[in-house]
Every structure is written in structure tokens, then in C-alpha cells.
Design a protein around this ligand. Structure first.
Ligand SMILES: Cc1cc2nc3c(=O)[nH]c(=O)nc-3n(C[C@H](O)[C@H](O)[C@H](O)COP(=O)(O)OP(=O)(O)OC[C@H]3O[C@@H](n4cnc5c(N)ncnc54)[C@H](O)[C@@H]3O)c2cc1C
Length: 403
């Protein structure tokens, strides 16, 4: 016999867990289906850089606002729970550039102007002030900094586990290692039930928050509808060091502006996590394993201003990983009801660590009231209506981590 629930959420990443938690708070009986364990270390949610910021989104003001509001929503969650229980690490982000590097310096100043004019604090800091913030970072004499005090980073596995236990207390059922396998539809086009290896769930409402797999799932429901969830797979390389023998080397997110998009942050254990935008742009979409030359490159560039990392590299006390982002083709989140399938909602996004919990809240509100909140109105799947109906998901084995 089928279990009857109010909502089935498919996907145990930050988007799925957040919407399941928020719907549970609104008294819905929710079942969340997760393909793996929530703590799955293959998931982008658990393996990305996890910088919560409104700093890097300068091209579109509404999108910046969504990021900044996503960041602020963590304050609400930190008041509801304890900050340390949700794995929220404050400290801000420090950008810097050499004044001699004119192009980068001008870009940094431009960032400061835009962010401040949008009400997002970005404070210019001198070399001496940077030395106080990050005493282990070696800076050139003419270095000038920009400090975004609101930025922070997340211990995502801890966050998920806290939200899971809070949602479970409200009656949400988490089925881990239990992927959604197929879907049946009612005569009005809505989803009638979801089949899994553990049985069938009858539901009125379905939320698809399955990252890269969302397109594939939508194609199972109706292949002509995949145009509403065009997603690309974009791999990223991260290098993670063990902690140094003494105390942690850095205390916040670091972004040396003239270093090709290099970015670093502390890890929970006191090591350093390193990524590089320039390296990520060179990765082939189907890449599975970190190329050693790129790993060495990230470490060597970081050692220029953090020389103490050299010892860690010489002792081989670091690991690297490839992790795949699911990025909507226009780079904006896809949130809202799937056209032609009443009661089925999509939640797919990049920067999900920054605003996934807020999207969970806004989508729950939308489901509950029928009103789309202003902040997500631009991001409905219906915006892709003009696209040709054709499958847009990666072929099996091509970067689809969930296949
Ligand atoms: C290298 C890298 C760096 C990043 N850095 C940042 C950053 O600094 N800041 C930031 O905000 N974001 C960052 N991101 C992006 C962020 O990690 C993602 O936006 C976020 O994790 C997306 O969460 P999600 O829940 O939407 O999807 P996912 O984390 O992909 O979760 C989807 C889940 O659905 C499950 N699933 C799939 N199919 C099924 C099925 N049939 N049934 C049940 N479950 C299924 C999957 O197993 C998976 O667990 C980064 C990503 C990467 C890869």
C-alpha cells in the first residue's frame, strides 16, 4: 500500500533539506527522498567551497540582493539554533591587490563602489590593518585591501545534520539511500505518486531539488518539459590541507585579487581549503580526478603569500577533489512551479550554500500561500518557455554525479 504524505521532496542537498524543514514548520507532512546519505561526501552540497557571500555577485542587482538576503537568513537560523550548532563561521572575506597591479586594483575599487552603493559593507583596509586581520599572510608593501565583514562560510555537513534533526522533530521523514525512481501522474497532470525501492508515496505536492539530476527527473515526468530546467555541469577543483603543527594559518575567506581568482578559507580542522577560478575554467566537463599539475599550481600560488603552507605540501599533508556544480544555463536559480505539472516545484541553483536555506523558506511560503515572493519572481522555470523543447541534461556518465 502507498504511504500518503502532503509533500515529497526529492534531493538531500542544502536546497531539499531546507525546503523540507521549512514546510515541516508550516505543519506539512513531508517525506524527503535522498539518493545517498545526507552526509554523502560526493554531494556538491557537502564538498564545495561553502563561502556565504554577497560579494562576488556584481552583474545583476536583484541577484546580489538574493545572495545578501540568503546570507542574512543565516542570522535568523543562528538565532533559532546556536550559531555553532549550524556550523556558521563568521570572519568576513578579505580581498587585496597590489596598487602597482593597476587593472586589478581598479577592479577592486570598482567592487567596493558597487557593493557600498548597494548597501553591502565593503571597507577599504590598509596593509597594516590586513596584518592585524591575517598575521600569517605575507603582503607586498603596496598591498591595499577590501574587507567584507558580512561574508562567512559554512560547515555544510553540520548544517544539514542540524536541519535534519529539527525537521525530524517536526515530523519530517528522511528516507536516505532511497532515490525517487519513477512518477505517476493524475488526470489533471499533477503528480499522483512517487515510486522508490522502499515503496510508493502518494502526494499532492512534489519538490524536485535533485541538483544535476533534476533535468533527468523532469524528462521522466514529461520529456518536453526539460526546457524548463536547462542545467550545465561545471566541475571545480579544491585542495584541502591538514592543519599546521601550531595554530590555524588563516581566519577568514581570502581572495588575492591579482591571482586569477584564487580563493582560500579555513577548514573546520584548522587547515586551508583552496580553489581557483582560472583553474576551474580549464577543467574538462567530464573530468573525474584532480590533475596533479593543477593541484600543485594552487598550492604554489597560495604559498607566495602563505609560505607556511610549503611545509604541509612537502609532507604531502593535503588532499584534492573534483566536485561538480549544477548551474542553470543562464546562471540564475530555477525556483517555482513546473509549468504543466500543477503541484510540482523546482529548486535548482548555483551558490546554493549562500541562499539555499532562504530559497527553502521562500518556496515553502509559495507552496503554502500560492503567492510567489518578490525575491524569487524572476527565477520561475516559466522564464524558459520560449526555448525549444529538447533534453538539456548531461548524457549519462558526462559529469552527472547523480546518475
Ligand atoms: C567546487 C564548488 C565550489 C562551490 N562553492 C560555493 C560557494 O563558495 N558558495 C556557494 O554558495 N555555493 C558554492 N557551490 C555551489 C553549491 O555547493 C551548490 O549550489 C549547492 O550545493 C546546491 O545544492 P542543491 O541541494 O541544490 O543540490 P545538490 O547538492 O546537488 O543536491 C542534490 C541531491 O539530490 C540527490 N538526488 C539526485 N537524484 C535523486 C533522486 N532520483 N532521488 C533522490 N535524491 C536524488 C543527489 O544525490 C544530491 O544529494 C560550489 C559548488 C562546487 C562544486
Amino acid at each position: 500500500m502507498a504511504d500518503l504524505v502532503d509533500v515529497v521532496v526529492v534531493g538531500g542537498g542544502i536546497a531539499g533539506v531546507s525546503v523540507a524543514y521549512e514546510l515541516s514548520r508550516l505543519n506539512y507532512r513531508v517525506t524527503l527522498l535522498s539518493k545517498g546519505k545526507l552526509s554523502d561526501l560526493e554531494s556538491p552540497t557537502n564538498r564545495g567551497f561553502a563561502w556565504i557571500n554577497g560579494t562576488s555577485k556584481l552583474l545583476d542587482r536583484d541577484y546580489h540582493r538574493l545572495n545578501a538576503a540568503g546570507l542574512e537568513y543565516y542570522n535568523t537560523l543562528a538565532n533559532l539554533f546556536k550559531m555553532e550548532d549550524i556550523g556558521l563561521h563568521l570572519g568576513g572575506a578579505l580581498y587585496w591587490s597590489s596598487a602597482a597591479s593597476e587593472e586589478h586594483f581598479a577592479f577592486q575599487n570598482g567592487r567596493s563602489e558597487i557593493l557600498n552603493s548597494w548597501g553591502y559593507p565593503a571597507t577599504k583596509v590598509s596593509r597594516a590593518e590586513m596584518n592585524i586581520l591575517e598575521p600569517n599572510v605575507h603582503l607586498t608593501d603596496d598591498a591595499q585591501g577590501l574587507f567584507m565583514s558580512q561574508d562567512r562560510w559554512l560547515d555544510t555537513p553540520l548544517f544539514l545534520s542540524k536541519l535534519k534533526s529539527a525537521a525530524s522533530e517536526l515530523g519530517c521523514e528522511f528516507r536516505e539511500n532511497c532515490p525517487a525512481l519513477s512518477f505517476s501522474r493524475s488526470v489533471d497532470g499533477s503528480i499522483g505518486s512517487v515510486a522508490t525501492a522502499e515503496g510508493r508515496f502518494t502526494t499532492r505536492i512534489l519538490v524536485l531539488a535533485a541538483g544535476l539530476s533534476t533535468s533527468r527527473i523532469v524528462s521522466q515526468i514529461d520529456p518536453t518539459l526539460t526546457r524548463f530546467v536547462p542545467i550545465k555541469a561545471v566541475p571545480g577543483l579544491l585542495v584541502e590541507t591538514e592543519p599546521p603543527a601550531t595554530k590555524p594559518l588563516i581566519e577568514r575567506v581570502l581572495y588575492p585579487n591579482d591571482s586569477g581568482g584564487l580563493h582560500l578559507r579555513p577548514t573546520v580542522e584548522g587547515g586551508v581549503l583552496i580553489g581557483g577560478e582560472d583553474i576551474d575554467q580549464q577543467l574538462a566537463p567530464e573530468i573525474k580526478f584532480p590533475p596533479l599539475e593543477y593541484v600543485e599550481n594552487l598550492l604554489a600560488r597560495s604559498e607566495i603569500f602563505l609560505p607556511e603552507l610549503k611545509q604541509i605540501r612537502l609532507e604531502n599533508r593535503y588532499a584534492s577533489r573534483i566536485c561538480v556544480r549544477s548551474i542553470p544555463n543562464d546562471e540564475m536559480p530555477i525556483v517555482g512551479e513546473l509549468p504543466q505539472v500543477p503541484g510540482t516545484y523546482i529548486a535548482v541553483m548555483h551558490s546554493g550554500i549562500t541562499f539555499g536555506p532562504l530559497i527553502g523558506k521562500l518556496l515553502a511560503y509559495h507552496i503554502h500561500t500560492g503567492d510567489m515572493p518578490e525575491r524569487t519572481r524572476h527565477y520561475s522555470p516559466a522564464r524558459f518557455a520560449a526555448l525549444t523543447p529538447q533534453p538539456s541534461f548531461p548524457k549519462s556518465g558526462e559529469g552527472d554525479i547523480d546518475s
